[in-house]
Design a protein around this ligand. Structure first.
Ligand SMILES: Cc1cc2nc3c(=O)[nH]c(=O)nc-3n(C[C@H](O)[C@H](O)[C@H](O)COP(=O)(O)OP(=O)(O)OC[C@H]3O[C@@H](n4cnc5c(N)ncnc54)[C@H](O)[C@@H]3O)c2cc1C
Ligand code: SF4
Ligand code: SF4
Length: 346
């Protein structure tokens, strides 16, 4: 969306093709984590961009839609297929792939995700906090007292070949944990971690404050068992003892990381874009095909927005649009030669 808005500002006509029913990507599902003051999670940066994208006269946003076929001769021609079955054709001088990421599915990890109701992911927690404004145990709707976060699930994992740090999940866990502690002071929160990545503005001081409020254990639990009351027993080894330790929690949150989005390999193949060895788009541009945001590699919201602006500049240079075209009222608009298609958003 950021790329689309920037391009439209400079006079290009843009189609946004979004497979979901609504625009906004993952960030549209996040809860505000403000305590007494904003904690700079970045989630609300999205609302204004959606508003601009859906009201801009040079942007057409197709939700519930996919690109069914795309071919390149002199230009790109494509068919947009809506879930309802309706379809429409378009052509474009450039394509921006902004299909983001998917989160790691921890079902195959030995944590019982999908079987133990009180074992949830960070994305489940975001949805829970947005819907209920507090943490609850899914098994009975009761507020949990002992809560654990397990970091780096599906990231920095040599066995899976996922060597990257997903960048957002330390910050997201600490912000969510502080919000829970703020609203549910009786909760006791433990963070299992390898090391905490302090990306972003003011995060260092935020982390120091978190260290006063939570218990940090430098260990990643190996196993989880469900007890009769649906509590979860985690076993882990830390520096304090050569023996394995066990502890019981009411709710466990798996900080699952980012993976390249579904179908990216096929999209890249169709458009002649070579992917990075990690499976992400990596590169920002290749013969009229551009990429923006987390589809290029793990990024936080602020970085995604900055990246999309940078990509938009490259697209404008490719299209030969210099200095931009001043905004004009809809009635005065002339048809423009350049049309763009942005699958997803950036
Ligand atoms: C649980 C969780 C918490 C997070 N918390 C934070 C935080 O506090 N702060 C922060 O900065 N970052 C956070 N992040 C990271 C943040 O979500 C990303 O930085 C951001 O969403 C990246 O934006 P994007 O547009 O590149 O990708 P996405 O948000 O993934 O958006 C991609 C869009 O493309 C669409 N799409 C995908 N494939 C297709 C297709 N084939 N055709 C059409 N449309 C398609 C998707 O439906 C989606 O709307 C968090 C992530 C998670 C999972
Ligand atoms: S940046 Fe995050 S914490 Fe701050 S107001 Fe926006 S949604 Fe709330
Ligand atoms: S941001 Fe933190 S939890 Fe996420 S992969 Fe990096 S170190 Fe692990």
């Amino acid at each position: 969306m950021t790329a689309a808005v920037e391009l439209a500002r400079f006079g290009a006509e843009v189609d946004i093709v979004e497979r979901n029913r609504r625009l906004g990507g993952h960030a549209a599902e996040f809860a505000c984590k403000a305590l007494e003051a904003c904690v700079k999670c970045g989630a609300c940066l999205i609302a204004q961009t959606i508003e601009t994208a859906v009201t801009h006269p040079r942007i057409s946003a197709y939700t519930d839609s996919r690109i069914e076929a795309i071919t390149r001769r002199h230009r790109f021609t494509y068919t947009i297929r809506k879930t309802s079955g309706a379809s429409m054709c378009g052509d474009a001088d450039a394509v921006v792939i902004a299909t983001g990421f998917r989160t790691f599915d921890p079902s195959n990890k030995p944590y019982g995700y999908g079987r133990f109701p009180n074992m949830i992911t960070n994305l489940d927690l975001e949805r829970m906090l947005r819907a209920n404004a507090k943490a609850i145990r899914p098994s009975d709707g009761v507020a949990p007292r002992r809560i654990a976060f397990i970091q780096c699930v599906g990231s920095r994992d040599a066995k899976l070949g996922h060597l990257w740090c997903s960048q957002f999940c330390c910050g997201a866990a600490l912000r969510a944990a502080r919000l829970i502690k703020h609203r549910q002071p009786e909760s006791f929160i433990t963070i299992f971690f390898i090391d905490i990545q302090t990306f972003g503005r003011d995060f260092e001081s935020f982390y120091r404050q978190s260290q006063l409020e939570f218990r940090f254990i430098r260990a990643i639990p190996a196993d989880a068992f469900q007890l009769e009351d649906s509590g979860i027993r985690l076993s882990f080894m830390d520096d304090s003892s050569p023996q394995s330790r066990e502890e019981i929690f009411d709710l466990v949150v798996l900080s699952t990381g980012m993976l390249p989005p579904e179908g990216l390999a096929q999209t890249a193949d169709d458009l002649g874009l070579a992917l990075a060895p990690s499976g992400y788009a990596g590169t920002q541009a290749h013969r009229g095909v551009f990429a923006a945001g987390a589809v290029r590699g793990p990024m936080r919201i602020e970085e995604t927005i900055a990246d999309a602006r940078h990509t938009a500049c490259r697209v404008l240079a490719f299209l030969g649009i210099k200095g931009g075209i001043p905004e004009t009222p809809v009635a005065e608009r002339r048809p423009l030669a350049s049309r763009l298609v942005a699958p997803g958003r950036g």
